[in-house]
Design a protein around this ligand. Structure first.
Ligand SMILES: [Zn+2]
Length: 255
């Protein structure tokens, strides 16, 4: 029962993330914007916004214009619901759980903005540096020295990688936003888990690019020039690493 509650809570966070990301991308006022159909622009009623269930009840179509609602909505709600359930299963009913749900919300929102316009917005990322690392330390999720070294090592290595790519290929491989997100992830995971974090982010991104290639969305000639937003993969890996550390399963990767 409580698992179902956390799944729904995650789904609600996802809906709110989607709304916030779209409001940011479209540049509308946060106070005026309401959730609306992306096709016909009609406002949604409260019972159309129940995560996952509304999508299934409406068979993925808008109540007003009958046009399909993007699958991204369902995928975001399910994924966020699963992450919220996993956080509850690993941490139980604890202050840490609610802190991680707040982090989940932030990471989903910046990932969605990155997906839409390949920008990780500073106005969301920079305040997170002031909020999350101190709260992680206060909740006992990480020590001050781990957070500080994690931040510095992540910032140094990702900035180094960015510079090296730029020198070799004469174009941007890793964006400045990705470097900042890596630095935040480093401050929350500690330097010891950074290799795992880099490995997971790169593997997830490669898997998705390979998937796009196999399904014919990108042809092989365009594959090397194809740019995917890297933010969502760093975000998913950060949550993954924090969960693995909690259940002690990261040892599986230390072969
Ligand atoms: Zn519509």
């Amino acid at each position: 029962m409580i698992m179902a509650f956390f799944f729904l809570l995650g789904g609600c966070l996802a809906s709110f993330s989607l709304w916030l990301a779209q409001t940011y991308v479209n540049g509308t006022s946060y106070f005026r914007a309401r959730s609306h159909c992306p096709q016909c622009g009609k406002a949604l009623c409260a019972y159309d916004m129940i995560p996952v269930f509304s999508y299934l009840a409406l068979k993925g179509k808008c109540r007003h214009c009958q046009k399909p609602i993007p699958l991204l909505y369902l995928a975001t709600e399910v994924l966020c619901g699963l992450f919220a359930t996993a956080i509850y299963s690993s941490f139980g009913l604890h202050a840490q759980t609610f802190l991680l749900l707040a982090l989940l919300f932030l990471l989903f929102t910046v990932s969605l903005v990155d997906y839409y316009i390949t920008i990780l917005p500073d106005c969301m990322l920079l305040p997170a540096f002031l909020v999350f690392p101190p709260l992680f330390i206060a909740c006992g999720l990480i020590t001050t020295s781990e957070a500080l070294t994690g931040f510095l090592v992540a910032l140094g290595s990702s900035a180094g990688l960015r510079a090296a790519f730029y020198l070799l290929r004469k174009k941007e491989g890793l964006g400045m936003g990705d470097v900042k997100l890596f630095a935040l992830a480093g401050a929350l995971c500690g330097w010891q888990l950074l290799p795992l974090l880099f490995f997971l982010s790169a593997s997830l991104a490669l898997l998705v690019v390979a998937g796009l290639h196999v399904t014919g969305k990108v042809d092989s000639r365009a594959l090397w020039r194809y740019r995917i937003p890297f933010g969502p993969f760093i975000a998913a890996s950060t949550l993954g690493v924090i969960l693995l550390r909690q259940i002690g399963a990261y040892a599986l990767f230390l072969f």
